[in-house]
Ligand binder design. Structure first.
Ligand code: GDP
Length: 467
């Protein structure tokens, strides 16, 4: 297929979703305003919502069918394998230099004072900068708060051959001749390397953009894929758990983040809000397949949600382990016992067909990123109750206007075709918020009038690794 064809196919899908966000939210607003009007008018609005959503489901089914019938699916599967294989071979090459003694190194410590998802993101960022500067990443993880013995207790070592630093270690940025450079955390790295998310490498940008609906996420997913290669004991643990859970698809991954996050970094969302989206996913797929059993994989740091969902949604099979949620609660979060739990939750969430969660949580963002390494393009397989996808410490997330817009209320901005907007969030009601870099105005704009801006950055070519 051509790049334009793939982009257009995805734009149609996105447009259908955005149109329904817009219309349904406008009608709900109208219903609120009309509380005192005639019951007939109100019930007419409810009817529009009930029938309108059927139009939306039908359109989504058809656009998905298009991608099955256009004859390009075998290409998509093959390209996904080839592209991932190329990136993994480059990382393997980088991490296993033939002359370790003289190889230049980038040193990172796995001691960022934060949770598991946040620490994984720290490791990903470090490996990305290592790839960008062509330095072998040395991951120092002894004394790690999740397992004192280190990273290798759970994941395969980031290098088979090159794990020690010899000689002086300079701090970032050092210079081209520094044998070893220590990289701090992304939040305060200075100067900022150009390789930080949401950048993608220029030499692969077109291939990634054709393959995947969110190239930056696909790229992050490849680094996670490399880093999170499980040790045998981890593989066995996951296999045993899958058997115990009778893990089967279709399944929706639901992550409910509570405890310390609520009221500090995120708002509280009731269980029903998550389940509405799960319900909608199953209604959608029921148009094309028989769903014998509605199933969710439930992960949380609040054990109460297990009971609540089982009581309120008895027709669901709830997969997952409430004991994990208990040990994940914030008081015991950093003990060894909680490590296998969070590893398991992330792997199973990533394996699901669809994710319902809050992207304000790094746990869910990691699962979403990893999910992308398991399929050619699962970019649209999520529903976040709050943020759009982001990478902590990322450069400005740019979108480019493809249609002009005249503000129709004081909280909106004007758009001219070609305007770059730094997006802050999607309100999931047809509008997104951002800053128009031309006018410097922070305001709302219709989400469908922009495209993602692909930040293609020059990375080393790795020409030693065959294409
Ligand atoms: P964030 O705080 O949600 O953005 O994500 P972090 O990963 O940085 O920190 C949250 C930590 O809380 C996780 O790493 C886990 O240790 C724990 N946690 C949160 N949600 C879950 C969950 O669903 N399952 C498990 N096992 N642990 C969780």
């Amino acid at each position: 297929p051509s790049l334009e064809y793939e982009k257009t196919r995805r734009r149609v899908r996105m447009g259908v979703e955005e149109m329904w966000f817009f219309i349904s939210s406008q009608i709900r607003n109208l219903q609120k305003k009309m509380q005192n009007n005639s019951p007939q008018a109100l019930s007419q609005l409810t009817k529009i919502l009930d029938e309108g959503i059927e139009h939306k489901r039908s359109l989504l089914r058809d656009v998905d069918r298009l991608s099955e019938e256009d004859g390009f699916n075998s290409w998509r599967l093959k390209e996904a394998v080839a592209l991932s294989d190329l990136v993994q071979r480059r990382l393997t090459y980088l991490q296993n230099p033939s002359d370790c003694e003289n190889a230049k190194k980038l040193v990172c410590k796995l001691n960022k004072g934060c949770g598991f998802g946040c620490q994984l993101h720290h490791a990903v960022y470090c490996l990305m900068v290592a790839y960008g500067t062509q330095r072998t990443m040395i991951l120092q993880s002894k004394g790690w708060r999740y397992n004192k013995a280190g990273w290798e207790m759970v994941f395969r070592p980031v290098s088979q051959t090159c794990t020690q630093v010899t000689g002086p270690v300079q701090s970032w940025p050092g210079n081209d001749h520094s044998p070893n450079i220590m990289l701090g955390i992304i939040d305060s790295v200075s100067p900022r390397p150009p390789y930080l998310p949401l950048a993608v490498p220029k030499d692969l940008a077109d291939r990634i953009s054709k393959l995947h609906g969110d190239p930056a996420v696909w790229w992050v997913g490849q680094f996670l894929k490399y880093l999170m290669r499980p040790q045998q004991s981890t593989t066995l643990m996951l296999r045993d758990a899958a058997v115990k859970f009778k893990y089967q698809r279709p399944i929706v991954g639901v992550h409910i983040r509570r405890t310390d996050k609520v009221g500090t970094e995120a708002a509280f969302h009731p269980v029903d809000e998550y389940m509405t989206h799960v319900e909608e996913y199953f209604r959608q797929i029921s148009l094309t397949q028989k769903v014998e059993k509605k199933r969710i994989y439930l992960a949380s740091d609040d054990v109460k949600v297990f009971k609540e969902i089982q009581t309120k949604y008895p027709e669901y099979e709830v997969v997952g382990d409430p004991e994990i949620a208990k040990s994940a609660a914030v008081s015991t979060r950093y003990s060894d016992g909680s490590l296998s739990g969070i590893v398991m939750d992330i792997y199973f969430l990533a394996q699901s067909d669809y994710l319902v969660c809050t992207f304000s949580s790094q746990v869910c963002r990691v699962a979403y990123e990893m999910m992308q390494s398991l399929h050619p393009d699962y970019a649209s397989r999520f529903r976040s109750l709050d943020d759009i996808y982001y990478y902590g410490g990322q450069a400005l997330h740019k979108r480019v206007a493809v249609m002009s817009h005249k503000a129709s209320s004081p909280d909106q901005m004007d758009l001219e075709v070609g305007d770059i907007v730094g997006v802050a969030g999607n309100h999931w009601d047809g509008y997104s918020k951002g800053r128009n870099l031309r006018t410097n105005r922070i305001a709302l704009y219709p989400s469908f009038k922009v495209d993602d801006f692909i930040d293609a950055v020059e990375f080393p070519p790795y020409s030693e690794v065959p294409l």
